[in-house]
Design a protein around this ligand. Sequence first.
Ligand SMILES: [Fe+2]
Ligand SMILES: [Fe+2]
Length: 172
Amino acid sequence: MQELTKAINNHLSFEFQASHTYLAMSIWLRESDFCGFSYYMQEKSLEERTHADKLIEYLVDSDEQVELPNIDAPQRSWISIQTLFDDVYEMEQAVTASVNRSYSIAEKSGERSATAMLDWFISEQLKEEAEARFVRKRLRLAGKNNAALLILDQQFLDGKGLSALKASFGRK
Ligand SMILES: [Fe+2]
Ligand SMILES: [Fe+2]
């Protein structure tokens, strides 16, 4: 259980770091007048905190110790909104790798309550990566066309930025 507790605590730091990074992104986007994308990132920051809460709850319920991590100050500016979303995709891939590592340890130690808890994270990461790829592609299509970027930004402000992705597979 020791190794598993360590791995879950380590994953906890990934979720906190992601929350912090999304908050930094939200701030930069707001400063750059992309209010819709900024709002989207703010929501993502809050969402990552709820992921951290899930892990904390699991550790406490399992009578294991929670170690709250030190969080590094995130990058505070980006060259473009496209490069920002490249970073989002890369970060989510790193989060997925961390979930997978914890999962392998949980499986190896036959800790079913941990694999059950981590199953949720596995499906969540599949969605997160697909979402990041989708936004990245949309931004590539918009390129340097300000009108297209403003339309995308407005869609995120209206909560419809991901409608096309969700509609295609009936995802909620
Ligand atoms: Fe997360
Ligand atoms: Fe995430």
